[in-house]
Design a protein around this ligand. Sequence first.
Ligand code: ADP
Ligand code: MG
Length: 450
Amino acid sequence: MDKQKLWQQIQEELKISVSRTIYQTLFSNTFLISLENKVANIACPSSYIQNLIETRYYSLLKDILDRKTKEENSLVFTVKLMPKDEKKEEFGPLFDNKEIEEASFAAKSSHLGLKANYTFENFCVSQVNQLAYAAATAVAKNLGKAYNPLFLWGGVGVGKTHLMQAIGHEVLKYQPEIKIIYCMGEEFTNEIINAIRSKTTDLFKKKYRGAQLLLLDDVQFIAGKDTVQEEFFHTFNAILQTGGQVVLVSDRPPEEIAKLEERLRSRFEAGLIIDIPAPDFELRSAILLTKAKQKGINLPMDLAQMIASNIDSTRKLEGFLVRLQSEIQTKNIAITADLVRTLLGKGVEDQNRKKMLKPKEIIKLIADYYNLKISDICGQKRIKEYVLPRQILMYLLRTEAQLSLISVAELLGNRDHTTVMHGVDKITRLLSENEDLSVQISGIKQKLYE
Ligand code: ADP
Ligand code: MG
């Protein structure tokens, strides 16, 4: 059978085996270059498509080919565009070009782990974050040339991940062939550890060091892990040496990432460091309006402002929108000021819940959590096993029960209130450095409110 005809038959089968979008995106512009000695050489229009076919559809393709040829074939792939005269009208477009482009773009960005709506278009800019936005767009336009690395830092929900992913989307849009890696510090760490364990560090190196754009989110996570930092240092240098771009996100500035190796810190500091402050009222209103629009909720400006003046974190704003949406959908009602006020009221009640915690409950829970007697944790003995739980207790009595330093001091065996102050400060500091402790304390908090 001639190879063109064979490929046409294979494509017909593919059309019914995979979704239309997948067919159009991945297979419609492939063709068979040769089939010799049971080796089929298949042309793909880009390395990205080749990679997807190879990793996800290899066995499907091979099955179809083997059945048609009644042979056991193997497949190899080559990046090659289809010659114009081989483009057959009978495979004619099921979608118009724009749709194909969009489908291919969406497939590619989600393959990289980028959230579809974390784009520059959806990013609201105000005075507080305009610098970060300007730097991010400059980097996306001039990879490796504007600021390298770009280091963005700020608290929870200020839009760091959004902005970082927007760089990825933007680059993908104009330079789809560029090798982009987006990953979290935690993922990076796990991959290194697994690679060492399974002796596949070469693969790891190949993957990361070949990146032309590395987006590493929550980089603070690699601090204190020597092997991980070492590998990251080499990855970082390799990418920079080949003209690639590195973008880093962290919840604090490089100088405050405890146990970050000095050479890494100075590397980070050699680029541009920008902090993103918490969104102000204006920005919160704008974010709300944008998010509402994305969800198809028609939110009037004055109500957006009402919400934004009552809720100050972006994560909570999103949570509020979800509640609002479910309320109007399940009850089939319109959005009114009264509805918003009622929902906001529930939020306020939630916050009040914290104030109702009794100090005694907290003391008992922590004593139980650490297997200590109440008399020990509240007592005077400065035994190592008691000291940390006692300081955690001080911290929680201050932050969750909102007691004064003096009241905490009285509850804990009439100590000096400066001891309590030091204890609370110590836990606050440790929380930003010590992953284990912060997990422990959030576990305790969860129990407190159960
Ligand atoms: P971070 O990584 O800093 O903790 P995210 O980037 O995850 O925060 O942002 C939290 C949520 O708030 C996301 O849904 C994001 O889209 C939204 N958000 C934050 N800042 C902005 C902004 N300036 N414009 C639009 N959305 C924003
Ligand atoms: Mg984030």
